[in-house]
Design a protein. Sequence first.
Length: 531
Amino acid sequence: MSASSLEQIPFENPFVDELRGEDSAIQGSRQVPGYCYSRVQPTSVQAPRLLAWSEELGEYLGIAKPAAQGPAVDALAGNLVTASMKPFAARYGGHQFGNWAGQLGDGRAISLGQVAAVDGTPWEIQLKGAGPTPYSRRADGRAVLRSSLREFLCSEAMHALGVPTTRALSLVGTGEAVVRDMFYNGNPQEEPGAIVARVAPTFIRFGNFQIMAAHGEMDNLRALADYTLRHHYPELGPPGPDAYVRWFEEVARRTAVMVAHWMTVGFVHGVMNTDNMSILGLTIDYGPYGWLEPYDPDWTPNTTDFGSRRYAFGQQPRVALWNLMALAQALSPLLPDAQVLRGGLDIYARTLADTQHELMLRKLGLTSQFPDEDRALTGELPQALSKPEIDMTWFFRQLSHLAPALIAGTGNEDALFAELIAKAAYSVAPDEDRNLLKWLHRYTARLRQEPAEKEAIRAGMLAANPKYVLRNYLAQQAAEAAEAGDLSVLERLMHVLKTPFDEHSEYEALAAKRPDWARDKPGAATLSCSS
Ligand code: AMP
Ligand code: MG
C-alpha cells in the first residue's frame, strides 16, 4: 500500500461515536461532569513548519512524509481539520504526587481520531499543544519546543529500545511564542512553541476511570470499561465482571513489563501520577523524565519532586503498584466483590520480578540455568553499581565487549575490571568499588558456565545493552540548537537512537558519558513540569 498525505486519509472516531461526550459552544476551562470527553477544535497557529518526522512510524501508518509546509503539516498543527476527523479532549482525573486532584483531562492534547495502519490496526493521532480545551484549567493549551522535542525524541528512542511506549509521528514548530517560567522562580520568558503528533492505540489513562468512580458516574464508568475491553482487549471476551477481572490482571501484567524495562534501561519517568498511567501499559506523557547516568536509585530529574523523591528511579516499581491500587479502587464498583482484584496486584509483583530478572539475564549474557544463584547474582548488582558512581549504560555496553576475554580467561582479570570501572565511573572513592569487584568475579565464574560460544554471547549482550540512550544533556543540546534554528543535532540523535544497539562509530561522542559541565545544568540534569 502506498502512503497518502495525512489530509487525504480517512479517520474513524469510535471514542466520540460510542461514548457520551459534550459538544458545547461554551469556551473556557470548566468542570465537565457526566461526560467522557468534550468535542473541541484545535486553535490555529501562525506559521506551522515540520521540524521532525518519524519515517518508520509514518511508513507503518501509511502516512507520507509531508513537505516542510502544506496541508499535511497544517493538519499536524491543528490548522486543518478534515471532514472525517472529530477532534476531542478526554476527561480524566488523577492522583498527583499521591493526592487526589479531581478533574484534570486533556488540557492541551487534542485527539483527531484514528487512522488504520498498513496492517489494518487502528491508531489514534493526538496533537499535544494544540490549544486550550475545557480541561486547560489556568494554562494555555500550548507546549514549548524544548519539551515537545524531548517527547518526540524519547518516545521513538524508547520504542527502538523495545520499551512499551506511545509513539511520536511529527514535531511541528508553530511559529508562535509561548511564555513559560521554566523553574517557577519568577522568570517567565518567551520560548518557541511546538506541537507533537503522538500516536497510540488509545491514550486512555487510569485517571479516565478514576474520575467516573470519584463522581459516582456508574454508567460512564461501565461504558468506558466496556469500550476499552471491546476495542483494546477483545481477546478477553465480552465485557462483564469476569472479563473486568481478567482485564485488570492484564493491565497489571503490562504495567509490570513496562516498569521492568524502565528499571533495566535506566529510565526515570519523573511524574508517575495516575493520570500519566496508560491503560495499555505504555510509557505515556514524557515530561520531566530523565536517564540514569550514575546508577542512583534515589535520582530524579524532576525539581518539583526534589523534596519527597516520590518518583525517583528506585521508587518506580512501588509507585506503579500504588497506581494500580488506585485503578482497582476505581474499577471496584463494577464488581460484586472487589477483593478479586487483589490477584492482579500479585500478578504485578510476580511479573515485575520475573521480567526484570529475565531482562537482566539477557544484559549479562546468561541463560536461565541456575535460577536460584542467578537471582542472587542479578539481585546484588544494583547495590554494587550504586556505590562507585557508575554510568549504567556504559557499564553494560563495556561489559558486553569484555565478555569474550572474561570467558577465555586470557587477560588479567583484575586489570580488566579496573579498566572497566575506570571507564564507566564518574568517580570512585577509595574502596568504593569493593562490592562491584567482588560481584564481577562471581559473574565471570558464572559466565564461564554458559554453553554458547563466546562471540555469540558478546553479540547477544550487545543486542541487549544499548550504546545510545537519550542522555539528558543530549536532549538539551538538541533543544537549544533547534531553538536557534539548527535541526542537525536533533537529526543526528534521531539517527543513532533509531538503532541504539548499533555501533555507529562515526557518532562515538553521542555515546560518551555525561560531560562534567552537564552534571547539574538546568534543563539537562534538572527539569520542572513547566513545559
Ligand atoms: P502533566 O503534568 O503534563 O501530566 O499535566 C497534568 C495536567 O495539566 C493535564 O491535565 C494536562 O493536560 C494539564 N496541562 C499541562 N500543561 C498544560 C498547558 N500548557 N495547558 C493546558 N493544560 C496543561
Ligand atoms: Mg499528563
